[in-house]
Design a protein around this ligand. Structure first.
Ligand SMILES: [Fe+2]
Ligand SMILES: [Fe+2]
Length: 238
């Protein structure tokens, strides 16, 4: 974006979600302190405004959706899921939690019923996803990586420690259904992420973040449910 001396933190935050994330990372308050000029706020924190802006405008990593995951080795899919989607959740869930708390504290009384329910649904989704990723990364995924490497090298598949891969996969799929239900309720509660009349920068960042969370989680679950898991089950049956 073209910056002038009057560009405020709120102006910068409004440009994109990546801008919001960068501002949050540097502790630049775009909400209550949003009227502060961007340059001044950076300088006050000992940051170079040009460097922060460069980071905000840095192009995102190349799109991995081009990769044909139906033929990629299983260990490569696992690495992609963890490196892209799990990392995303590990960064975004705490940031969204902070925004949610702020919104609840500032705007709670204006829309008590909806905002409390939204906070509850988001809180459970966050806790469940954190536990879910932990299980995948600790138990199922290391095994699927071994599976993938054995297949690539043409070696015998390692013995399954949990009876059949279908067992833990079934558990993960049920947990995905729970997450899908929570996303649906979040969409309903936010009226498809439409800003409410009282929306300030933080409310907008919360709604944009929840919308992005939904999109990312949909791709994440699709990769697991529709590609990784069926391929692992087919490999076991071979
Ligand atoms: Fe996952
Ligand atoms: Fe999962």
């Amino acid at each position: 974006m073209s910056m002038t001396t009057t560009t405020t933190l709120a102006d910068v935050a409004a440009t994109s979600l990546s801008a919001v994330r960068t501002l949050e990372r540097y502790g630049l308050d775009y909400c209550c302190g949003g009227k502060q000029p961007f340059d001044e706020a950076c300088t006050a924190k000992g940051l170079k405004p040009e460097s922060v802006m460069q980071e905000i405008e840095r192009p995102q990593a190349p799109d991995a959706s081009e990769r044909d995951w139906q033929t990629a080795p299983l260990d490569e899919i696992v690495k992609h899921i963890v490196g892209t989607h799990h990392e995303y959740l590990k960064l975004e869930l705490p940031a969204l939690g902070n925004r949610m708390n702020k919104v609840l504290a500032v705007h709670g009384p204006k829309d008590q019923q909806t905002l409390s329910r939204l906070a509850d649904v988001f809180g459970s989704l966050r806790a469940e996803m954190e536990m879910h990723m932990h299980k995948e990364e600790l138990m199922l995924f290391p095994f699927l990586e071994q599976y993938g490497r054995a297949e690539t090298l043409g070696r015998p598949l390692p013995p399954v420690p949990f009876g059949s891969v279908a067992n833990p996969i079934g558990v993960m799929e049920r947990e995905h259904e729970g997450a899908g239900g929570a996303l649906l309720e979040i969409r309903e509660l936010t009226r498809s992420f439409e800003y409410p009349s009282y929306a300030c920068s933080t409310v907008r960042a919360l709604f944009d973040g929840l919308k992005a969370l939904e999109a990312d989680l949909h791709v994440h679950i699709h990769l697991e449910n529709n590609i990784l898991f069926p391929r692992a089950i087919a490999l076991e049956k071979k």
